[in-house]
Design a protein around this ligand. Structure first.
Ligand SMILES: [Zn+2]
Length: 102
């Protein structure tokens, strides 16, 4: 049995969640090559050890969470709300337009 620590609901059985997959940083859409996009979309490291994953609490709060889980022991050590897209919180088009206009 895997217990996942939902930041909103507390520890819950993994059967309440949908496993979205291994988290990896999204490349810049304007600068990424097709090979980088293919790697981002389809290739996973499949590490034996600690990995950052995204889970969806489908039978609870219905939110996405990030969990650090050990793939061999299923021990978890951290969970949190996923970070927003980089364009929305740091230097995205909206901030760049605001900075350029004043
Ligand atoms: Zn929850």
């Amino acid at each position: 049995m895997i217990l996942l620590p939902c930041p909103w609901c507390g520890p819950r059985d993994a059967s309440e969640f949908g496993h979205v997959g291994e988290s990896s940083p999204r490349p810049d859409p304007a600068a990424a090559s097709p090979a980088q996009w293919r790697s981002y979309l389809y290739l996973r490291a499949n590490t034996c050890g600690w990995v950052a994953e995204t889970w969806y609490h489908r039978l609870g709060c219905r939110r996405f969470i990030k969990v650090e889980r050990h793939t061999e022991t299923n021990e978890t050590r951290e969970s949190r709300q996923p970070r927003l897209q980089p364009a929305a919180d740091a230097g995205g088009p909206a901030q760049q337009a605001r900075a350029a206009s004043g």
